[in-house]
Design a protein around this ligand. Structure first.
Ligand code: GNR
Ligand code: NI
Length: 171
């Protein structure tokens, strides 16, 4: 397994729309395993392939308390959304140290292929519902800050550019 570099907002590659996976083969399983290692190492609860500059419909997640229940979603599709909405604080490994409130459907049912290539359905609520919708947005080239006001988004963009510049200078 290998840790992959995570793209940071406002990298334009984060706005790429991912293509479906044609076959869950050895290459895709290796990508999944590298993404899981990357997610766990970064202390994230989810990671979309877009964030590691691979533009295919692959997501890994683990919203369990013990971080011991990896979930793999390949070619995920939302088959049901609740009318009820919920507001949650979101963060993103591609926008480090920024957290803000986003409103989304409270519950979703997602159909996807697992690491074994078998189709399954996931009924998600709570953090799992937030996370799967956040990750599916990444696959469509959307970052959560795009739900915020243009003013907030612009402040975040400036802050991220400065942070990246400072880190490159070794500050
Ligand atoms: O680690 C993550 N935590 C998180 C918290 C609230 C809402 C969404 C997330 S996803 C994020 C990891 C990430 O950036 N996935 O794309
Ligand atoms: Ni994210």
């Amino acid at each position: 397994m290998a840790r992959l570099p995570i793209l940071r907002y406002p990298d334009p590659r984060l706005h790429t729309v991912a293509r479906p996976v044609a076959t869950v083969d050895e290459r895709v399983r290796r990508l999944v395993d590298d993404m899981l290692e990357t997610m766990y190492t970064a202390d994230g609860v989810g990671l979309a392939a877009t964030q590691v500059d691979v533009h295919e419909r692959v997501i890994v997640m683990d919203t369990s308390e013990q971080h011991d229940q990896p979930l793999v979603l390949i070619n995920p599709e939302i088959v049901k959304r609740s009318d009820e909405r919920a507001v949650n604080e979101e963060g993103c490994l591609s926008v480090p140290l920024i957290y803000d409130r986003v409103e989304r459907p409270a519950r979703v049912t997602v159909r996807a292929l697992g690491r074994d290539g078998q189709s399954f359905e996931l009924d998600a609520e709570g953090l799992t519902a937030v996370c799967v919708q956040h990750e599916m947005d990444h696959l469509l080239g959307k970052v959560f800050v795009e739900y915020l006001s243009p003013l907030k988004r612009d402040r975040i963009r400036t802050k991220m550019l400065k942070k990246t510049r400072d880190e490159l200078r070794g500050k």
